[in-house]
Design a protein around this ligand. Structure first.
Ligand code: AMP
Ligand code: GLY
Length: 573
């Protein structure tokens, strides 16, 4: 049980917002302390059933010397507390300005009479000085010149009531669930596990290679998973892979008021329907290859004749294998017939034929929090194997350097993407994965995904040195403007170890031995493996990945692994 004390001298609207926000949390206990027996906040405490104390100045000091709380939250508290009192507990305060501007009373009025273009709120640790102490969070508010003072106050208070409870939630330690069982989810779980903001990490559908990082949740269906998450006071769920998203996991979790990283079912279609993505790109003037939709084998010749170098793509999800590329038109035709006959079941009954584009491919990951878009450094996924087949990804690097001109084009693209997300009113926070190709004339979108890439995530999450739980959580509360990315000095590379034959037929159940990170200088992330009696066995195409900022170390690690089916891509040194 976490014990929180709220201090308020007057009205207590922040107090009420906090209590209401946490009303279903069974692991937090709130009390109120006021120095004003006439304060309206007492009425609110009675109505909300919160125990309260009304004390004078001397009693307050004595009270803190005797009582310890997990957090003391000042919410419109007008007594200045001395150093000795402040040092008894962790105190935080909220102030209606962008500190250090307008400390003290009447901060909103000052911004108003000075005709400021913007103001905002600051949440900070409190010390014995007024409105000083380390800043925890700030949020800007643009001031509309038509607003009167009353309207401005209302807008500032709205921000306070929204952000204060959520920042308190963050400070109390977060219970987080990561859903999915690939190497991508392994790195996500590893980074979250390292965060200072974490209370308890939970895992659903993890693989045996990283199950020790958290507490496993077994579930029967999404409804059941949501109920279990609620019971464990989980406040954030990071969904790793697209299947959950296109099947509506986020919609169900949101019904239970659980914050998520991942779109709802409606916008998961950006990934789960190529046709949906094409239509939305057209609407926002985003460049993509010209295409035709085909559902019947009758029109194959006619449709193929529209394209110089056709590529075929299943409309729906196909585990990253739904795109077919070949220079041989007869092979394309044959494959197209397989597609339309249901090679990927329903996913390929509708197929797109599109023009093949040539150029360098990059993956752009951008976090969307419902209001703001935070772009990460570009990554590259090495998708093709030595036979020229497309795979789910065999290696990745982050960052990828591009020239000035390409960067200008990328900025134009980023602007259009922002328009799309804003105008389509996409409220659910998620990771926009733009699969881009840089052709001679411009940047084109090859595809959208709605989650982190695998194996890009392994390189990206290591290259970015921030607290990743802070990034995920801020994304879930419209707080991304407060994140400053810290990049490592050297690029990171990931190489995937696969079973022979991948992406086609592979043999499962083969033992893998001698998995040791070379001199502890590489990270090993597991995907398709199972552990039985302490022995590790392969269980799919992509088995594990190795990540480091030093490629020779990666290959030393891979080289030492004993696995009869071992294959991996060789990148330049
Ligand atoms: P997927 O991630 O399964 O949708 O596969 C996308 C991959 O297929 C891309 O990364 C490209 O390598 C390739 N691809 C898809 N569309 C095209 C296109 N129009 N021109 C060239 N390559 C394409
Ligand atoms: N790396 C490709 C993907 O995650 O879809």
């Amino acid at each position: 049980m976490k014990n929180i004390l709220i201090l308020s001298s007057k009205n207590g609207s922040n107090f009420e917002a906090i209590i209401k926000y946490f009303k279903n949390r069974t692991d937090i206990n709130f009390k109120l302390l006021t120095d004003n027996k006439e304060a309206y906040v007492i009425k609110r405490a009675k109505k909300l059933g919160v125990e309260y104390f009304c004390l004078n100045k001397d009693e307050i000091k004595d009270f803190f010397l005797k009582n310890k709380f997990d957090l003391v939250v000042m919410a419109g508290f007008f007594k200045i507390l001395d150093k000795e009192t402040i040092e008894t507990n962790t105190f935080i305060n909220i102030h209606p300005s962008l500190l250090p501007k307008y400390k003290g009373l009447n901060a909103i009025e000052y911004a108003y009479v000075n005709n400021d273009l913007k103001t905002g709120i600051t949440i900070h640790y409190a010390n014995e000085y007024v409105d000083e102490g380390e800043i925890i969070f700030q949020k800007e508010l643009e001031i509309n010149p038509d607003w009167n003072l009353w309207k401005l106050e209302r807008e500032v208070h709205k921000l306070e009531h929204y952000y204060y409870p959520r920042i308190i939630e963050k400070l109390l330690g977060l219970n987080v669930l990561v859903v999915g069982g690939g190497a991508r989810e392994h790195v996500i779980a590893q980074k979250i596990k390292k965060s200072k903001l974490l209370d308890t990490l939970y895992l659903a559908d993890c693989n045996d290679g990283f199950s020790s990082l958290g507490n496993k949740i077994e579930y029967t269906d999404y409804q059941n998973l949501a109920l279990q998450a609620k019971k464990r006071n989980i406040s954030l769920v990071v969904v790793g892979s697209e299947e959950y998203l296109s099947n509506g996991l986020v919609d169900i979790l949101n019904k239970y008021n659980i914050k998520t990283i991942g779109p709802n079912k409606k916008f998961a279609k950006l990934e789960s329907s190529k046709l949906f993505a094409k239509k939305i790109m057209k609407k926002y003037n985003i460049k993509t290859a010209p295409y035709k939709k085909i559902t019947s084998a009758k029109k194959i010749d006619k449709y193929l004749s529209y394209f110089k170098n056709p590529v075929i793509k299943a409309d729906g999800l196909a585990k990253g294998k739904g795109v077919y590329l070949s220079n041989d038109i007869d092979l394309i035709k044959r494959e197209l017939i397989y597609y339309l006959n249901g090679k990927f079941d329903k996913s390929s009954k509708t197929t797109l034929i599109e023009e093949r584009l040539y150029g360098d491919e990059v993956s752009l990951f951008s976090f969307w929090d419902g209001e703001n878009l935070l772009h990460f450094p570009l990554c590259r996924d090495f998708k093709q194997n030595d036979k020229g087949q497309n795979t789910g990804g065999l290696a990745s690097v982050c960052p990828v350097e591009i020239d000035f001109e390409t960067n200008e084009k990328l900025n134009i693209y980023k602007g259009k993407l922002f328009e799309l997300l804003k105008n389509e009113k996409i409220k659910t926070p998620f990771v926009v994965y733009s699969g881009l190709i840089i052709t001679k004339d411009d940047i084109y979108v090859l595809e959208y995904n709605v989650r982190l890439g695998d194996p890009e995530a392994q390189s990206l999450l290591n290259y970015i040195n921030n607290d990743w739980l802070e990034i995920f959580f801020m994304c879930s509360i419209k707080g991304l403007t407060f994140i400053n990315l810290k990049e490592n000095k050297k690029p990171f590379t990931t190489v995937v170890m696969t079973s022979k034959g991948y992406p086609d037929e592979i043999k499962k159940g083969v033992e893998i031995q001698n998995i040791n990170s070379f001199n502890n200088k590489t990270e090993i992330y597991f995907s398709n493996i199972i552990i039985t009696d302490g022995k590790i066995f392969s269980n799919g195409g992509r088995v594990l990945s190795v990540t480091s900022d030093n490629r020779s170390d990666i290959y030393r690690t891979l080289n030492d692994i004993v696995f009869e089916q071992k294959e991996y891509k060789i990148l330049d040194a």
